[in-house]
Write a protein that binds this ligand. Structure first.
Ligand SMILES: [Mn+2]
Length: 243
């Protein structure tokens, strides 16, 4: 199979549509389809902060359900899932935008979106192994020894990265640069931490180029090992970027 692995969308529906167009997809019955049957793979964090999170949920849900697309949840997805379960979560760090959009919907539509997202989340593994192209997709990355395994600590790692539990002065969590210590042969394709350019370290690539912070929305194509990006229309928030 040929895959187009897509970085953190965060509600940027316009940019996602532009990226699909640039990747050669054609819209059929409301969803993008590639003439050569390429498979979209989402690295998670499809909602929050951006303008059209609800439409992103519905599009990804439809692609996964009907077109064989793949998706792994990110930390924002995990929090939204808990929000939809009715658990007490703080409407901060972008969830407030998705919650506001959600509340503006009719109760019928709310029910539909909630069920779609819950279904999407519950049916999706926290990391995906793409055997035929020797690649692993996980939102914030994964350690080589954890590939193919499941545990609470692996869940924390794939959702939040290699966090130490400490905070930076600006409140962001301290994250270790796990990619420097990765020496596996398979590609690890991930997002989570906005970077100015796709960041290749060993056989890993971070494709969260900060679309929602005015960067780009990026796809990594396999087996071609090719990057395709579109620029964001969002205002640039420089301090959100690392590397
Ligand atoms: Mn994230």
């Amino acid at each position: 199979m040929n895959y187009d692995i897509i970085g953190d969308v965060h509600g940027c529906l316009d940019e996602l549509k532009q990226l699909f167009k640039k990747l050669g997809y054609e819209w059929k019955n409301g969803v993008p389809e590639h003439p050569a049957g390429r498979i979209p793979v989402f690295v998670g964090d499809i909602t929050d902060r951006g303008p059209e999170s609800i439409s992103c949920i519905q599009l990804v849900f439809q692609l996964v359900k009907e077109k064989g697309a793949l998706y792994v949840p990110g930390n924002h997805c995990n929090k939204l899932y808990r929000f939809f379960l009715g658990n007490p979560v703080k409407e901060k760090h972008g969830l407030e935008t998705t919650a506001e959009e959600y509340r503006s919907l009719s109760s019928e539509k709310q029910k539909e979106v909630k069920e779609q997202f819950k279904h999407l989340y519950e049916e999706s593994p926290l990391h995906i192994i793409l055997e035929d192209v020797q690649a692993v997709v996980a939102h914030a990355g994964i350690r080589e020894k954890d590939i193919g395994h499941k545990s609470k600590s692996i869940e924390t790692f794939v959702l939040y990265g290699d966090i130490t539990g400490e905070k930076l002065p600006d409140g962001r969590p301290v994250r270790r640069d796990w990619a420097q210590h990765y020496h596996g042969d398979r590609w690890i394709v991930y997002g989570h931490t906005p970077v100015r350019e796709p960041r290749f370290v060993n056989k890993t690539v971070n494709i969260d180029t900060g679309c929602v912070f005015g960067g780009d929305l990026t796809a990594f194509r396999l087996p071609e090992e090719e990057i395709v990006s579109v620029p964001s229309s969002m205002p640039r928030v420089e301090e959100k970027f690392r590397y």
